[in-house]
Ligand binder design. Structure first.
Ligand code: ZN
Length: 331
């Protein structure tokens, strides 16, 4: 359990297999090399034709998923959550996290991987949120996550294998998803909630039961929070196919298959999953499959974002956008 407070600030993009897995930080298993095709992404045509819409007055509640709202209220109702979190959150843990990351990753800047720097800066401008630091880390596990350490500039980490897997607009959508966590202050809640869970485990007798109940509640909240951040990704990509493509690749993509994957077929698959899961047995299986996951199933995320992209809420948000020159075009 020692790793829990670390991980409590870690908001990763991809689903994890179990509650304990979501808190894994870093690889620690040595470097492995993924199959890398010739990098074609920088020559691909872009989806946004030359300009993007920036949302200068965007508020987190403009795009927060209803389930996120509901589950956030539930977390807020837990007595003493804030106080316990503040008391237990040690700065040593944070320092270790920060130093570990700086020591083992590459910091992106205007002079270092400038393309990624511009993609992040643009995503932050679109979402009206300060751009955090961005690091690229060597890892065979395609992932991205955000660390919101109190009193310090938050930072986002993307793994090299994710860079290999995605196009530039897809990568920007992932960065936007991570920015969504910052925009919505998800880091704070996650930190406090996990620390409380850790505390509850130390209480003899019913402690474990309390912790398990709370952990389920937290994971439910986190899955809802992920849906909100997929919306942030869409607000930046401004094309639902980009976001769905990211989810599809995370479900079953690799660099050698990336060009053959079909977004429409994946959306069709998502619809058939929804249909199969609507029966009582299907409902049970779906809940059993998802109750210990940090992220909703990729097919469910895909259909959620597909649905939201057709909503009047999304359309009216787009109307509030101000055109800016797209970095996707400039680079
Ligand atoms: Zn996330």
């Amino acid at each position: 359990m020692a790793s829990v407070p670390f991980a409590s600030q870690q908001l990763s993009f991809v689903a994890s297999a179990s509650a304990s897995d979501i808190f894994r930080f870093g690889g620690g298993s040595g470097l492995r090399f993924v199959t890398v095709q010739k990098n074609k992404k920088f020559g691909l045509p872009v989806c946004r034709a030359g300009s993007a819409l920036a949302f200068r007055d965007l508020d987190a509640d403009d795009f927060r998923h209803p389930l996120d709202k509901q589950n956030t209220l539930m977390l807020r109702a837990i007595p003493g959550l804030n106080e316990v979190g503040k008391t237990l959150l040690g700065t040593v843990t944070e320092q270790v996290m920060l130093l570990e990351n700086i020591g083992t990753s590459v910091l992106v800047s205007k002079n270092q991987l400038s393309d990624l720097h511009h993609l992040m800066a643009e995503a932050a401008e679109i979402l009206n949120v300060p751009a955090p630091d961005l690091y690229v880390r060597q890892s065979p596990v395609p992932n991205a996550y955000t660390l919101a350490i109190s009193g310090k500039r938050p930072f986002v980490v993307i793994h090299t294998s994710l860079v290999e897997l995605l196009t530039r607009e897809e990568l920007q959508a992932v960065l936007a998803h991570e920015l969504g966590h910052l925009k919505c202050d998800h880091g704070v809640w996650l930190t406090y909630a996990n620390i409380l869970t850790l505390g509850a485990y130390t209480v003899p007798g019913i402690g474990g039961m309390i912790a398990r109940t709370l952990e389920e509640q937290i994971l439910r909240w986190l899955r809802a929070a992920e849906l909100t951040c997929d919306r942030a990704a869409l607000l930046v990509a401004q094309d639902p196919r980009v976001v769905v493509s990211v989810l599809m690749k995370l479900a079953g993509g690799c660099p050698s298959l990336a060009d053959q994957l079909n977004v429409d077929a994946f959306l069709e698959q998502a619809r058939s999953y929804e249909k199969a899961a609507s029966s009582p047995v299907g409902w049970y299986i779906r809940n059993a499959q998802t109750s210990q996951l940090s992220h909703p199933l990729p097919v469910l995320r895909a259909s959620e974002i597909d649905e939201w992209s057709r909503s009047s809420a999304y359309r009216s948000l787009l109307k509030r956008g101000i055109p800016i020159k797209s970095q996707l075009q400039k680079i």
